[in-house]
Ligand binder design. Sequence first.
Ligand code: EPZ
Length: 460
Amino acid sequence: MDRFEIRGGTRLAGRLTIKGSKNAALPLLAAALLTDEAVTLRDVPDIADIGNMERLLAEVGCSVARQRAGDLEEAGGVFTVKATDLSACHARYDIVRTMRASICVLGPMLARRGYAKVSMPGGCSIGERPVDMHLRGLEALGADITLDAGDIIARIPRAHGKAGRLRGARVFLGGPFGSTVLGTANVMSAATLAEGTTVIECAACEPEIVNLADLLNAMGARIEGAGSPRITVHGVARLGGADLRVIPDRIEAGTYMCAAAITGGDLTLDNCPVDALMAHMDLLRHAGVTFVFDASGDPMRATCRVSMERGPLGGRGLRPVQATTQPHPGFPTDLQAQLMAVLCLAEGNSVITERIFTERFLHVAELSRMGAQLFRQGPTVIVSGVRSLRGAPVMASDLRASACLVLAGLAAEGVTTVNRVYHLDRGYERMDERLCSLGAQIERISDREEATLGAPGGVA
Ligand code: EPZ
């Protein structure tokens, strides 16, 4: 398992191009299951979760052609997916357990084939991750859903001896934590081939849902209201192929904004979705970060300069803020850990409350190992700012917690070792190389290297 050795203290400076969104690309790739024609997606990030989805699509009867991107700062890869074997309908446990987002193949596969078998995703380090709202939504469309040996078995009942079809319905997707992003993706995708009209109430409003609706409409679907809490889908008999660009990754962009903030740096981000980051940018602005961008073009693909001036007494100049995670357009839970790293060095006490995944605090203990002063009370953490963090060996536990620890290592005195960076590689494309291009001092050490170099620690 790879680890990062990070020598902190460098102020980052330079330019980055934000890659395509992991959380948009996954349901977009799954949408190819709704048609027999080829679906082409552009600017797909080169990350582990996309590789997992590529394997999953091949397992459920799709041919996947992939052109990798060239230079790191160029646009991402191009995927062309074509569902060819409709009989392969089982998303098996050994893939689903590595990527719970695999659940997003359930709706499309069921709607097109009348049958789908998807391993029930387990929990993960940020919480239980139930899918009850997905299943209730598909049942509302007429699906017959059972559980058998850990698998979700979804069928469309046959009608008059012929293969049945889902039926349009009014579906409520609200839950105790707001809506469900992938649940909305599943129900919206399935409803495109239903007979009649579906109204999804309390739909997720995330930009990734808008990107998915754009693809589905380009394939011939008739979807209105994506991005609002009420989505209307007029069912059609079949969908065709399409060619679409994946929206930029707002979480990647928000993470690099935090990197500028925590190092007192000055970064220019190209292809930056400022329109999808207003809550995050508002919090960072309150914390003292300066943004300069021109949104007159496409505010989802702006050029945004992010800078952080040092404080008057040579301090970091970071001010404390109060943040609560909420469904979009509120402050995203996927940036909670990264913001916490920044606020560890603010001059005062900040308050962070996690309302989406109430256990999403595994980074708290690791930050405390670096000298952060953090006090958790249930879903809330008080962050009492300190003048500096000290490098230490720390353990990554999930994708965004690992990003948080890398950010803390960039600012800490001395060397921070972030172990198990395979978590990071799931959602950030070559983050070590890109941070080094901005002046960071990071070395990726893989066990293979150590084995060839002899004694632990790479000493031959
Ligand atoms: C998506 O997960 C994202 N993943 C997550 O990003 C993100 O944190 C999450 O949305 C919230 O924004 C992808 O898009 C691949 P939810 P999803 O269903 O759709 C509860 C990352 O780091 N819930 O919106 O699985 C659930 O427990 C990942 O990139 C139910 O109770 O999340 C949670 O508390 C992590 N029943 C809340 O709803 C359900 O059936 C929101 O979950 C579904 C969800």
